[in-house]
Design a protein around this ligand. Structure first.
Ligand SMILES: CC(C)(COP(=O)(O)OP(=O)(O)OC[C@H]1O[C@@H](n2cnc3c(N)ncnc32)[C@H](O)[C@@H]1OP(=O)(O)O)[C@@H](O)C(=O)NCCC(=O)NCCS
Length: 199
């Protein structure tokens, strides 16, 4: 799999949308992202609950995390983050190389103080544009718990297709097995987005 640091290096940063600026995360973003990731209403849906500050900062700064993380800024303030992970889709052995690095998974979090104004939609739209128009990927996916309606509605607003509803396959940290949703969109389904401008 291609190293994510090299993937983000292929993009001219910052990326500006109508209201937001996107850029790769730096160590200094640990505090700003902690502020929303440590909130229960955010933490309940994401892979790793941020409950211990020092452990969170340690995790955030690890290359496996920070190299996948893009921060979302509004007027210079970090209000959310995106995860962009390029990976190799399944392929038969003889064509494995042709498939390598052609797919990405996206993830997102937004400070609830800034929810309900379309900022997450605007940022994820920009991330999809980067995946297809800058990185030349062929498919982008995202997954969430089925009860995470804000997340799957965001995906549907952006034209992503619900491809799977998995039944009680995902273990929540509260001990309950939950349904999951997989969404995806192909490059040929992606409309050209003129709101993403490069420097
Ligand atoms: C998922 C998450 C980012 C969605 O946040 P959000 O505020 O619903 O998303 P947006 O910022 O795009 O705002 C969309 C809302 O603003 C409204 N809106 C206002 N102006 C808008 C605009 N210009 N464009 C789009 N939507 C707009 C939409 O109608 C929508 O409201 P609705 O849900 O009542 O219909 C947020 O809930 C979150 O961070 N959750 C916790 C973390 C999480 O779940 N991560 C994903 C794990 S899989």
């Amino acid at each position: 799999m291609e190293a994510m640091s090299r993937t983000l290096d292929r993009i001219d940063w910052p990326v500006r949308t109508e209201r937001l600026t996107l850029r790769p995360a730096t160590f200094e973003d640990a505090e700003a992202t902690w502020r929303f990731r440590s909130l229960p209403e955010v933490g309940q849906w994401i892979t790793r609950a941020a409950t211990d500050h020092d452990a969170y900062v340690h995790w955030f700064m690890h290359p496996d995390s920070i190299d996948l993380t893009i921060v979302i800024e509004l007027d210079g303030e970090v209000i959310g983050d995106l995860m962009l992970r390029v990976f190799d889709p399944w392929a038969q052995a003889e064509v494995r190389e042709a498939a390598a690095g052609t797919q990405a998974e996206l993830g997102w979090s937004l400070h609830p103080d800034h929810g309900g104004r379309g900022y997450a939609t605007e940022a994820v739209r920009a991330a999809l544009a980067l995946c297809f128009e800058r990185l030349g990927l062929r498919r982008v996916t995202a997954e969430c718990f089925a009860e995470n309606e804000a997340s799957w509605r965001l995906m549907e607003r952006l034209g992503m297709r619900r491809e799977a509803h998995t039944v009680k396959d995902s273990l929540h940290r509260d001990g309950t097995w939950r349904d999951g949703l997989l969404y995806a969109i192909l490059a040929e389904e992606w409309p050209v987005d003129r709101s993403v401008t490069q420097r």
